[in-house]
Design a protein around this ligand. Structure first.
Ligand code: ADP
Ligand code: MG
Length: 243
């Protein structure tokens, strides 16, 4: 099995604080991997390094076998192969939902507007946001905004979806509608790497779980292994907070 995405020995520091300390991981096409770990353990930094939003200090990142951590690689071209959704709603506030969703298709992928909008409307319909397509993001609930952000991320048919605690800023009653959409995408065979504190969701949807502890992948395995029989005391300690 060749990995679609592979990280080898990633190191990342901010000043004298080393945040990633030799992180390696593999993500196969169609695989859903959950990254769990305490706040500050490096989850967001890891995701941001993988799609070249942060430069790494050492290590290698391979996407479809290509070394995308090579400084000669064009970061924008690489980033266009990922779809990313973050914790806080990052739709562009001055653009309608529809324009948010079509922006990358039109500007980065040079898709004609009519085609991009037809595709976007199909996706928005699917997540129940047709009626809000012409609205600005501030008219949407948090759950609607995150569903729109997911639609924006998948509108360009990315090879990999990076989801960074996309439900953490939501009111509890809005979490379900967002996770439901992620579960659908997972069931359709999307390749997903997600940092999450939703342990029940990770258990149900992820194929593999990776526990990040202070910048190190301390433990990884199937949800049954990691949640059911964690080997490392620190994993047990972390998981105990969620039960
Ligand atoms: P997590 O997502 O697991 O909560 P982060 O990757 O956000 O962890 O942060 C890991 C550590 O890196 C934290 O100590 C955080 O303060 C630090 N950090 C993250 N981004 C930056 C940055 N841009 N500059 C300085 N420190 C940062
Ligand atoms: Mg984070």
């Amino acid at each position: 099995m060749t990995a679609l995405l592979e990280a080898r020995g990633l190191y990342k520091s901010f000043g004298d604080r080393t945040v990633l300390r030799g992180v390696s991981l593999e993500l196969a096409a169609g695989e859903v991997v959950a990254v769990i770990g305490a706040s500050g353990s490096g989850k967001s930094t890891l995701l941001r390094c993988l799609n070249l939003l942060e430069p790494i200090d050492d290590g290698q990142i391979l996407l479809g076998g290509e070394d995308i951590s090579d400084p000669r690689v064009g970061a924008n071209r690489v980033r266009a192969r990922f779809g990313a959704v973050f914790q806080s709603f990052n739709l562009f506030p001055h653009l309608s939902v529809l324009d948010n969703v079509t922006l990358a298709s039109r500007v980065v992928h040079r898709m004609p507007r009519a085609e991009a909008e037809a595709k976007a409307m199909g996706l928005l319909d699917r997540v129940g946001l047709t009626g809000l397509a012409r609205s600005h993001p501030d008219r949407l609930s948090g759950g609607q905004q995150q569903r729109a952000a997911i639609v924006r991320a998948i509108a360009t048919d990315p090879e990999i979806l990076l989801l960074d605690e996309i439900t953490s800023a939501l009111d509890p009653e809005l979490v379900g509608e967002v996770l439901e959409l992620v579960a659908q995408l997972a069931a359709e065979g999307s390749t997903i790497l997600m940092a999450t504190h939703e342990m029940a969701f990770a258990r149900d949807v992820a194929h593999r779980v990776l526990f990040l502890d202070d910048g190190v992948v301390l433990e990884q395995g199937t949800p049954t292994e990691v949640f059911g029989a964690p080997r490392e005391p620190r994993t047990r300690e972390f998981l105990a907070r969620f039960t």
